[in-house]
Ligand binder design. Sequence first.
Ligand code: NAD
Length: 512
Amino acid sequence: MSILNKNWSALSKPKTTLNYIHGQFKESKTKTYHQVRDPSTDQLITSTPESTDAEFNEAIESSKDGYQFWKNTSLLSRQRVMLNFQQEIRNNANDLAITITQEQGKTFSDAHGDVFRGLQVVDYASSIPTTFMGKMLEVSNNMDTFTRKFPLGVCAMIAPNNFPSMIPNWVISLAAVTGNSLILKPSERDPTASLLLAELAQKSGLPPGVLNIINGTHPIVNHLTSHPDIKAVSFVGGDNAGKHVYKRATENGKRVQVNMGAKNHGIILPDANKDHALNSIISAAFGAAGQRCMALSVAVLVGDARNWKNDLINKAKALKVGNGFDQSNDMGPVISKQSKQRIENLINQSSKQGANIDLNGTNFEVKNYENGYFVGPTIISIPHTEFDIYKQEIFGPVLVILETETLDQAIDLINKNKYGNGASIFTESGSAARFFEINAEPGQIGINTPLPVPLPFFSWSGNKASFAGENSFYGEQGINFFTQTKTVTSMWKPSDQTTSLEKASLSMTYKF
Ligand code: NAD
């Protein structure tokens, strides 16, 4: 299962992650590396370089060159590259998924989800002639105003570990198809999928310099958010890094889109379709071992739905945990030893604070994978929200349960939470669903759907502390993020309508 189908140039130095600069995969000259370990086994897979300043500058120069060439290519030729890229990703989805399961740990079928949800943004990018169209109006006799979109220049993307293919693809395809060049810094914990995407983009006809990949951590992030040649920064990741990126990039005059942490609630009303509601909560709480920014990490049981808690616990107990390549497993490990430690500390601490641990996944062992970073499915009941396990994003397979008497109280809980990525309700009542849709504050609302992530013809719409910036990722907002709109007002009068006797008027024109 873990044998790649193809010999990749991007992987020609198997123990070292390469940079991709000006169309070439290159080994860094750094002496500082970050180990990438298989989360199921703790075995070393590769090492990610902390790229040098000289390498960063090389990426900048390449991106400037790439932009100068690329911005002058026609929209249809950029579309052609995207159509090729679409096909290449589809043909190589298995290899992408293999590297994702190896480095990130998610199950192989979930890794395919990572690849194909990213591919949908490439599909969207491929429809650029329609989505790029401007507006035009004949505002007066002989006078038209129309809009045109222009690329920004060199853009940057800083990616998280949890979707190594999907999230880079939110940006690679839209930045490129709108005529920009992009410097991508993948997560140092699972950089390989990005490199494979770069190789596929190259094969699809993306010229050197339009996409560069520079590996590293904070020092590279600091360059990307301050270098004067970078016009826009896209970031997806945790709160600390996200706030830092937002502050530094905006202070340096850059356009910014920043997606950060989350705490998503799923409300179950007693009139819900019970099996569908419970299965949905289990799938969204424990899928990807809870490491999705749209994971439902809090279940709010309302009224008589409180009686369903044991069924929820039994469903979680039945999940099979282990190596992601074993297709009988539902859930893989978490990304790192440190992450496992942090999650287990939060669980233990909540117990000391008086929470009830209904299902305890600490010290979880998987036969033959004793060194893996596994945390078993965990369910914790809390009587109120003053618990760290509730206040912090856990980013692990832990479901917190709260109970309320009424829907109003449940919505109030959600709205008091600082985050605003998503929230779902399970009910058979149209009026309750509509009330929820209008009154719950998070930006992505699910009604009988656990992961209401909009497909790319809409835009990502997380809000409150989960997002900073103006235009969000993909969809129309994504195109707006990567472009500058100009309006052009032109007048073409027949020559016989202009006479030499006309006097210049110094008043602001207001009659059209
Ligand atoms: P992370 O913040 O640790 O890393 C994200 C990126 O920032 C990486 O490229 C990393 O190298 C860099 N980075 C980390 N700390 C930094 C610092 N102090 N200064 C500068 N750069 C830094 O995030 P992660 O653990 O890779 O991903 C998980 C987080 O991402 C979770 O909080 C999750 O909710 C969030 N996330 C959000 C969304 C969303 O759309 N809202 C989507 C996916 C993930």
